[in-house]
Design a protein around this ligand. Structure first.
Ligand SMILES: Cc1cc2nc3c(=O)[nH]c(=O)nc-3n(C[C@H](O)[C@H](O)[C@H](O)COP(=O)(O)OP(=O)(O)OC[C@H]3O[C@@H](n4cnc5c(N)ncnc54)[C@H](O)[C@@H]3O)c2cc1C
Length: 369
């Protein structure tokens, strides 16, 4: 049986950020991930990190890795164009939480980064503490206040604090707060990436195209930098995969509009062309579910962060940002107060999660208008 102070279930953005924050504070942690390797599955493409997500990353990452995150973000503008299906400006329909350059002098503009690049950066220095191929099955209260952990086909383990960062289908949440499971919504999200070969992309920067009852979000992802050189300069000892330029797209709207073959959707011709260029294996469909952070539990030695407790629609672009903020706060509170910091952490995290779920639901409705 292996032992550690903190066991984190899930090596997604939230779990890895927590592990970085704990490492920063000298708290030992082990991350248990179900996937056989961190790159064995495509977990998504571009991810927008807003000012608050950037601050959270700055709190958990060593300065050189935080710089690497900024340097490896897309160099295309994240300034948004809100367009109707004819390509005319559709101002005033911007979802809350979308922050663009020049819009608010107090907030740094969002950065768009390739999700796998961010995961590779977050993994740097954690290699010895990551246990892949460990599918968490359940926990029990063990002697001396410890938590016993059970995995499929792997040896048991134990810890002082168990953190469920295992995403929307969290097994930790299912046991800790069975009534807090996520609810289905009417929304679907289809997303993919297509090669960016043309000199000029169909859509520049970040664009939202309001179609009939659903929307398309398109992000031009351009990487001018040599990732290997940047990684070497940052003293990064892992491998940082060079990412080719691409156009990310996502369609968000109710299933009644989107649950049809893609080629039967009525799309503006430029958007249709872009989607037709996408390799089928690069297209994913997700049924949007909303977490239930209204339901609290007795604070103790098991807690949750990120989508495990407050899954939300990608329409708001804040799910990962909220998970990163959870991670930074949990690491700081454990450092400051030990296990008694869990009470304050959960109060903060649940209130923030509730607001974020509501904001994301409002954004989904706005994008489907
Ligand atoms: C198309 C799309 C676009 C998005 N864009 C944005 C955006 O621009 N900005 C933003 O802030 N958010 C965005 N999001 C939301 C964001 O992806 C999530 O909120 C974020 O990934 C949540 O992170 P997490 O660490 O909580 O969970 P996850 O990323 O889901 O990670 C959970 C991890 O736990 C592992 N796991 C699951 N079960 C087990 C188990 N039993 N045992 C061990 N390991 C397990 C999984 O394999 C996974 O690695 C988007 C989502 C989608 C679908």
């Amino acid at each position: 049986m292996s032992t550690s102070d903190v066991a984190i279930i899930g090596a997604g953005l939230g779990g890895l950020a927590l592990a970085q924050g704990l490492k920063n504070h000298g708290i030992s942690a082990t991350i248990y991930e179900a996937d056989p390797a961190p790159d064995s599955r495509i977990q998504g493409y571009r991810i927008r990190i807003d000012a608050q997500g950037q601050q959270a990353l700055a709190r958990v990452l060593p300065p050189a890795l935080y710089q690497l995150f900024r340097q490896t973000a897309s160099v295309a503008s994240t300034e948004g164009y809100f367009l109707d299906r004819a390509g005319h400006e559709a101002n005033g329909r911007q979802p809350e939480g979308w922050h663009q350059a020049g819009q608010n002098a107090d907030l740094a503009p969002d950065l768009s980064i390739h999700r796998q690049t961010l995961r590779e950066i977050l993994l740097c220095g954690l290699e010895g503490t990551l246990r892949c191929g460990h599918t968490f099955e359940g926990y029990h209260q063990a002697s001396e206040g410890r938590v016993g952990l059970r995995f499929a086909h792997m040896a048991d383990a134990s810890c002082k604090l168990l953190v469920g960062a295992d995403g929307v289908n969290s097994r930790v949440r299912a046991q800790l707060a069975p009534d807090a499971g996520p609810a289905d919504s009417v929304y679907l999200c289809l997303y993919g990436k297509s090669a960016l070969t043309a000199e000029k992309a169909e859509y520049e920067g970040t664009s939202v195209v309001f179609c009939d009852g659903f929307s398309a979000i398109i992000d031009e992802m351009r990487f001018r930098q040599d990732f290997t050189a940047l990684a070497a300069k940052a003293g990064f000892n892992g491998s940082l995969t060079q990412t080719e330029d691409y156009l990310y797209w996502a369609l968000i709207g109710p299933g009644s509009r989107l649950a049809v073959p893609l080629d039967s959707l009525s799309l503006p011709p430029m958007l249709q062309k872009l989607i037709q260029r996408t390799w089928p294996e690069h297209i994913a469909t997700l049924s949007v579910r909303y977490g239930n952070p209204d339901i609290a539990w007795q604070p103790g030695n098991v807690t949750l962060l990120g989508d495990a407790v407050h899954a939300m629609s990608p329409a708001g672009g804040i799910g990962a940002n909220t998970a990163l903020r959870d991670a930074a706060d949990l690491a700081a509170m454990l450092h400051g107060k030990g296990l008694s910091g869990i009470v304050d952490y959960e109060r903060l995290m649940l209130a923030r999660g509730k607001a974020a779920v509501a904001d994301s639901a409002a954004a989904a409705a706005k994008l489907s208008g």
